[in-house]
Ligand binder design. Structure first.
Ligand code: SAM
Length: 210
């Protein structure tokens, strides 16, 4: 596998997704309606931080994270005046540097689908550890119905490297397997949407820690 951090630092320094980050996403708007008031929110793989900014403006206390130093530095400058919003460099493939039951909401849009099965399961265990009981996990991943599925070099089941980009495509079954029986699943949907100017297939999940 190539160095994904270098890959993303390069994409972010080129501003590769900046045209799509001028406002909050539909997913952020949709799920934010279910957040408790003044929630402690963690975003994983925030990219340009537009959804975190939206959550902070709604009065939530947001820690927004990404493993790309490049994008976190940009976000720290860009959003320095926004209260209740801080940015941290965090690599999700490692253990997460947060306390047990720290967050009301963990939010991840198009950022949990980069890891091997072993690391993905470790990440879901970490998410479960740091989420409060009754807290919400909201995520969208690319699905096995996506047109990029199967392209490039296969790394393991449902995981491919294509044009330098590694993706682990999710199915509804795989999302359920990752959640285990420790969540009440409130939303589990597949569908298609335009992501970064390209029609993409996704699995969408909102789950509540039991
Ligand atoms: C497709 S972008 C999504 C950005 C944003 N959430 C959005 O919806 O526009 C994926 C993001 O995940 C980040 N990322 C990839 N691997 C990561 C890892 N191991 N740890 C933390 N962030 C990671 C990338 O730097 C990138 O910003």
């Amino acid at each position: 596998m190539n160095d994904q951090k270098q890959h993303w630092n390069q994409l972010h320094s080129q501003g590769a997704i900046k045209d799509y980050a001028k406002k909050q996403t539909d997913f952020a708007e949709e799920v934010s309606k279910t957040f408790p008031a003044s929630a402690a929110v963690l975003e994983l793989g925030c990219g340009l931080g537009n959804d975190s900014f939206f959550f902070a403006k709604k009065g939530h206390a947001v820690i927004s994270t990404d493993f790309s130093e490049t994008v976190i530095e940009q976000n720290q400058k860009h959003y320095q005046k926004q209260q209740n919003l801080s940015f941290q460099v965090i690599d999700m493939s490692k253990l997460l540097p947060f306390n047990d039951v720290q967050f009301d909401v963990i939010y991840a849009r198009l950022s949990l689908h980069y890891f091997t099965d072993t690391i993905t399961k470790q990440l879901f265990t970490e998410i479960h550890r740091i989420l409060k009981n009754g807290g919400l996990l909201c995520f969208i991943c690319k699905s096995i119905d996506d047109s990029l599925y199967g392209q490039g070099e296969q790394i393991e089941k449902d995981m491919f490297q294509f044009n330098g980009h590694i993706r682990h495509f999710f199915s509804e079954e795989y999302a359920k397997e990752c959640l285990t029986d420790e969540y009440k699943i409130k939303v589990l949907e597949t569908g298609e949407e335009d992501f970064y100017g390209k029609q993409s297939a996704f699995v969408k999940v909102v789950a509540q820690k039991i």
